[in-house]
Design a binder for this molecule. Structure first.
Ligand code: AHR
Length: 512
């Protein structure tokens, strides 16, 4: 605590003209691996108003909709270029019985959402509604199947229902329900958090169960499945060790969940009412994921040196107290500039591990945790986190460019060291270089010099996300308080790039 105040004091008490000075050297010729676009994945669970109200209102709603999906939300999501969407949970997945969500609406049974506030759901958003949404968004579906309370037969039939184009019983049932062609779903999660809400299992038992369930998930019409085992939470390295040892190559991916959260018991802190110390703590906790990723990868490398099993961070993001006045158990939280920083720092960091980290899904798409979108009745706001995903999506499937970065670090609560600058660079297939930068310092500008190793560049332009306070956020009354603007603070001078970043700002640069 003392160390934090001393170092922060050094930042705060410097004269007003003082600024951060940072140096970056990018190696444009040393790019080897691609930044997997699936790192920009999303997650939509039957939780609170993520699905019902946030995405789906049904065709009879007064809220303008396209085949039952909110038109405003649909149009906003298209701009994100979502690569994959995980559904139906989360914890919900292990109590979900997919057959309740197909066929005529009137025949679908109602259910209790036991995990999330005991809400009654009418199953009007089911397999067809989800997979058709993915088609509208042009993204790959990632279906998380029920292992905790579902049967092997149930999962096997779900795969057949959505993937078989033959004359099989499940394909016939799908056709009866109005869909001729199979959707060809590749990504399948075999359970979720099987150590907790997904069945309270031990890793040895889950490994055997995984092998059994995965055996009956068949390939239809050459559509090879990508099967993902339910992985560890944060620091549970033993879970990864046991699964790697006992399942190994029988899984294509193993998941990991990491939330930027303080204290699972009691208060997690307000999403909007926080001070500078809380802000810097959040940056430290978010960046701690790097060590966690490294340690899980180390274990995976031991069993799989050829990196054939992917690490899938299929839940991540901030977790604050629910907004006062909202339904308990619905995890509705506001989203400030601080959340935008968590998104920017995390994405910049994930790029570095693309060789093993092949998917990440922020939790969640709408109205839940660190969401892209908030809705109330027929109103919608885009969160600061939405804007980061929209600005940063230029990195999707581009070649990762290594860099050296030198900047000041600040010691924060819990004795974590937080660098004041975060950056990542990539080159896309048209040869355009993009650099994303975040000046974490809440008070000072950062004068960043970027050496691009003599690359012949003619132009630079950019966009910036910032606000007057780190607590700023968009509300239904003031939806555009935090939004991107044109950035004119970058100049190309003698082959070097000089970028004058305002305090607490996030920038994307395009170099040609
Ligand atoms: O994202 C909210 C919940 O967090 C998910 O349902 C669960 O998998 C995790 O604990």
């Amino acid at each position: 605590m003392r160390a934090f105040f001393l170092s922060l004091l050094a930042v705060i008490t410097l004269p007003v003209f003082a600024q951060q000075v940072s140096n970056i050297r990018v190696y444009p010729d040393q790019g080897k691996q691609k930044i997997n676009k699936h790192i920009y994945g999303q997650f939509a669970e039957h939780l609170g108003t993520c699905i019902y109200g946030g995405l789906w209102v049904g065709t009879n709603s007064d809220i303008p909709n396209t085949q039952g999906y909110r038109t405003d939300v649909l149009e906003a999501l298209k701009k994100l270029q979502i690569p994959n969407l995980r559904w139906p949970g989360g914890c919900f997945a292990d109590e979900y019985h997919w057959m309740d969500g197909i066929g005529p609406y009137a025949n679908r049974p109602k259910m209790v959402n036991n995990n999330w506030g005991g809400t009654i759901e009418d199953n009007s958003f089911g397999t067809h509604e989800f997979l058709n949404l993915c088609e509208l968004l042009n993204c790959e579906p990632y279906v998380s199947a029920n292992v905790g309370s579902g049967s092997v037969e149930e999962m096997a039939k779900w795969v057949e229902y959505v993937n078989s184009d033959g004359d099989s019983p499940m394909a016939r049932l799908r056709r009866q329900n109005g869909r001729d062609k199979a959707w060809k779903v590749k990504f399948w999660g075999v359970g979720n958090e099987s150590w907790g809400c997904g069945g309270s299992m031990r890793p040895e038992y889950y490994s055997d169960l995984y092998r059994r369930y995965a055996t009956y998930c068949r390939t239809f019409d050459n559509n090879r499945l990508f099967k993902i085992a339910s992985g560890a939470s944060d620091y549970d390295y033993n879970w990864t060790e046991v699964l790697m040892k006992n399942i190994g190559r029988q899984m294509d991916g193993i998941s990991l969940h990491y939330y930027t959260v303080s204290g699972w018991d009691g208060s997690k802190g307000s999403a909007t009412d926080f001070n500078k110390e809380d802000y810097y703590w959040t940056m430290g906790k978010c960046l701690e994921i790097e060590n966690v990723i490294k340690k899980h990868i180390e274990i995976m490398d031991k069993y799989d040196p050829k990196k054939q099993v992917a690490l899938m961070l299929d839940e991540w993001g901030t977790w604050w107290d629910e907004e006062p006045g909202t339904t308990r158990g619905h995890l509705f939280q506001q989203n400030t500039l601080r959340d935008a920083f968590v998104a920017a720092l995390s994405l910049n960091l994930f790029h570095k591990y693309s060789e093993r980290l092949q998917m990440a899904n922020i939790a969640q798409l709408a109205n839940v945790l660190q969401s892209m979108i908030l809705t109330k009745g027929n109103q919608m706001v885009l969160t600061p986190t939405y804007h980061i995903f929209e600005m940063f999506n230029v990195h999707q499937d581009a070649t990762f460019l290594p860099m050296d970065l030198m900047c000041e670090k600040v010691n924060v609560r819990d004795n974590r060291q937080v660098p004041m600058l975060s950056a990542s660079a990539s080159r896309n297939d048209k040869g355009v270089i993009h650099i994303t930068l975040a000046n974490v310092d809440a008070d000072k500008n950062n004068q960043v010099t970027i050496d691009l190793d003599n690359t012949n560049l003619k132009s630079v332009n950019g966009r910036i996300l910032t606000a007057s306070s780190i607590n700023d956020h968009n509300t239904f009354e003031n939806p555009n308080k935090v939004k991107p603007a044109t950035f004119n603070g970058a100049k190309l001078e003698k082959g070097k790039l000089s970028v004058n970043m305002p305090a607490k700002s996030i920038v994307v640069l395009e170099l040609k």
